[in-house]
Design a protein around this ligand. Sequence first.
Ligand code: PLP
Length: 404
Amino acid sequence: MTTILSRRVASVRPPMTREMTRLGNELARAGRSIMSLAQGEPDFDTPKHVREAGKAAIDTGGTRYTDVPGTRELTAAIIRKFERDNGLAFRPEQITIGVGSKQVLYNALQATVDPGDEVVVAVPAWVSYPEMVRLAEGVPVIVPATIETGFKVTPAQLERAITPKTKWLMLNSPSNPSGAVYSAEELKALAAVLAKHPHAWFMSDDIYEKILYTGEPFPTMAKVVPEMASRCLTINGVSKAFAMTGWRCGYGAGPAELIRGINLVQGQSVSHTSSVTQAAAVAALDGPMDFLPPFVAAYRRRRDLVVAAMRGIEGVECMVPDGAFYVFPNCEALLGRRTPEGKIVATDIDLCMYFLEEAGVALVPGSAFELPGHFRISYAASDAALEEGMRRLSDACARLARAA
Ligand SMILES: Cc1ncc(COP(=O)(O)O)c(C=O)c1O
């Protein structure tokens, strides 16, 4: 059969995170009680002063095209943010602003990856990384980081993964889906490997920077290893810290030549993110941050609730994550068991479908993040939903019988 679709697009999978949320919503619309713990989105509102800044932009003519890399005001606010929070100094030509940090990641790969180039992706990784690499006709080189190493890749693994074709190592810390946080020492150890391979660049996805429980300052590669700054793209955004997922604003900072390439891709595709969003993002980055500690404290309390519940389930192994709002338990010991209806739960996908259909809890299987044998719970949800969700998961696991 002929198809209108390109080979490039035919190889891409839709995000399973969205699919599980959609299935959960469908069951909820049909009248089922569903605890939706699949979506990676803060459950609080965008702070009021940020919403007001967006409304003011609408009312005062801030509704026109902006420059492709973003407005001067937001670029300046981003430069101040990097100085204040990360001790990093950038010039305006080193900043790009995208339609969410997702767009910056996408643009960066489009701007740098030629067909057959390799991108090392430490997994479990956010669902979009390997697919974005494929859309750029690159080859994702999957490096599995398991629970034994706290879901972090080791320098030895990185060394083995790098070839003359490597363009990037993509790393996300705090991590979606594991919640793992790389320490400054761990970043230095990875940089020591990259130092031997100067053609390999480092993409630092810092989107969960503010959702951190270590009590330590947040370490980012360009700051921890200044020699890496000349081949590092540091990516961040307002979605997670400021509960602005729907506004769509992320940004990247790095060498001017790279940013110029990213802006070329952007200029011929989306042009820029909404002018209204950019005005709101200035208010977010320059404004008070006192709303954040109570949210981080709430996330931490919910993390502890979920981890305690998971650790109470026979067959589930669970690490305490240091950041983000996800828990990523290992469920390999449950695989091969039988549901009360007699179906064998062979994979993490089967298990998540069983949790959804029989227990009414929407989660995302580890396979979506390239690490089967796990599932992801998003605890960016109310305490009540989490308590009920954990009770249902625990009951559902207890009902799984060992195969005879
Ligand atoms: C690891 C990671 N990076 C990037 C993003 C994209 O965020 P946004 O495009 O809203 O800035 C997400 C969103 O879930 C994420 O989990």
